[in-house]
Every structure is written in structure tokens, then in C-alpha cells.
Design a protein around this ligand. Sequence first.
Ligand SMILES: CSC[C@@H](O)[C@@H](O)C(=O)COP(=O)(O)O
Length: 348
Amino acid sequence: MHNLQATSIRYLDGQLWVLDQHQLPHQESWLLCQSVDDMVNMIQHLQVRGAPLIGIAASLLLGHLAASQSYTLEQLREAAETLRAARPTAVNLMNNMDSMLAVLHTQGIEYLPQEAERLFNEDVALCNAIAQHGAPLLGNNSNVLTHCNTGSLATVGVGTAIGVIQAAHAQGKNIHVYVDETRPLLQGGRLTTWEMKKHDIPHTLICDNMAALLMREGKVDAVLVGADRIAANGDFANKVGTYSLAVNAHYHHVPFYVVAPYTTVDTECPDGNGIPIEERAAAEVQGVSGHFGSVNWSPEETPVFNPAFDVTPANLVTGWILDTGVYTQSDVASGVLKAALQSDGKTL
Ligand SMILES: CSC[C@@H](O)[C@@H](O)C(=O)COP(=O)(O)O
């Protein structure tokens, strides 16, 4: 495979490196990924995270293993199936693994590295297309609220929701971003703030439970979020807390956009009820663990509910900003989104 470089993943001289997102924003350290077990661990511990990024990271690992010429077709098939199951909600991982498996079966092992590279380059192009479609929706002097992290730490390109914000900022618009801290794992507080600072975009960090207050005070002009899986009827799963934001935005008449590449759309899934939601360890809610060590603030063995994602129904969404364009509720209801994907040869 050729050398490939993104903010959070690198393939350099035959070695695959992943930026350890656990250590951000305090430390930028890179982890060498050499095996399926390494990658599954990094994905499950969110050292590599974000729907598009985990799909590309798993693809690069498969391409790397194939290039080493020491794996049989059966071993690579098993590796793809194991990687495919590493996290259940983000459909990009399944879609990318299915592309790799299709190439493996129809063309053979030697074509896996180039398919991984194609998926990497495609994600960069998809992010750029999304940003170009979405940026015109943000006016000058806009206050945008976002949740979780959807930038270059979640994709190999400029990101989805953050890509749109960055493009509008680059067009010279005065954009200010309210960054939800995103409990329990603080992807907003740790990662989105890091990206905003890097891009010099004015921003303010808030706790998730402050969003409604800002909306009531008229301080939010638009909410932009990413997605881990968009069902055929437009319902979508994203980081837990997104649904509350959508309800609040609807109540306060604030436009609410979901931003994603076509690789996040699951046309086989009729609606949000069919989206599997990952439940994670109680410890993530009982306390924190990270760069500064760990602290547990609840009594031991406190029962916990910790879904990593929630589903937002399509009727709360103002628009779906995809690489193929911006879709309204009536577009999605009448199947225009599905048709657009198919006419672009993007049937998944
Ligand atoms: C472009 S990223 C879109 C989503 O993947 C993002 O909003 C999100 O929910 C990420 O969750 P994470 O658990 O950090 O992988």
C-alpha cells in the first residue's frame, strides 16, 4: 500500500499507526497496529473512533495484512468478519468490511490493499463534498451547536458536521460554535475543542444539559450533528444526547441538521427501531478514567444504564446533509435520498 496520512491514522513505510484519542488533548501519541486483536481493542476502547474512521481503520489493517502475503483468503475473510463485529452501531464499519470482502471474493487477496486505499481516498472526497453542500446553509454571524466529535478525528477527511462548520468559517463567515461536552466520554470536551482550537474557530464549551437554555435565549441558530447509521426513513443513530438536542431544537424552532457520507446510510434498515445500540461499561458513567488517572464518584456497584448512542426520529430533522446533496423531510419520505444514492452507483 502507498503511504497514507490523515489527522488520526497513518500508513507509513508498511506500518499502520493510530493516534491514541484517549490521550487527547493532553498528548499526541501514536500506537502501532499490527494485528486484528490490536485493531479490535483500539476500536472498542475508542482510541480510534467515529463512524467513518473505524471503517477506514479496519480496511487499512486488512489491506496491510493482505500486503504482507502471509494470510490465506480464509484467514482474511475471518479477520474481516471479526473487525466487522468490533462495534455494533456505526454501519460504516460493516459497509467498508463488506466492500473489502466483495473484493476479496471477486478479485482476490492482492486487490485488498488497493481497495483499502480507495476507501481512504473516497472518505476524504466525501467529506469535501459534504462540506461544500452544507456550508451555504450557515449564514454570517451564526451560532452553531454541535455534539460529540465529527471532525478529522472521526474521519480521514475534514469531517462531517465539523467539516461543514470549517468550510463556512473558511468562506470568511463569522461562525461561533457551542461545543457540547458529550457525557460520558467527553468527545466534545476533549476532541472537538482540540479541533476548534487547531482551526482557530471561535467556540465555547458547554455541559450537555445547558443546550436548552441557550436555545431558549435565542443563542443557537443551527444544530449540526453527525450520524453512526441513517435508516431508510431518515431516522438516525448518533452519540447519546443527540435525541435530546433534537427535541430541544424542535421545541425552540432551531434548524437541526444531520451530516454524514453515504457510507453511513443503511438502506436495508427501514427505520430507527432496527438500529442496534451499543451498551457500554458501567464504569464510564460511575466516574472518569483518562490522562489524569481514574476517579469513581458513585457508590460501588451503583446500577447504570449506558447506551453509547440514541436514535433521533426523522420528523425532528430539518435536513440531511450528505455528499450527494441536502435532503428535506419530504425528499427522504418520498425515497429521493435512496434514489440519489442509487443513481450515483452508491447502492450499499
Ligand atoms: C463523523 S462522526 C459521526 C459519529 O460517529 C459521531 O457523532 C459519534 O457518535 C461517534 O461516537 P464514538 O463513540 O466516539 O465513536
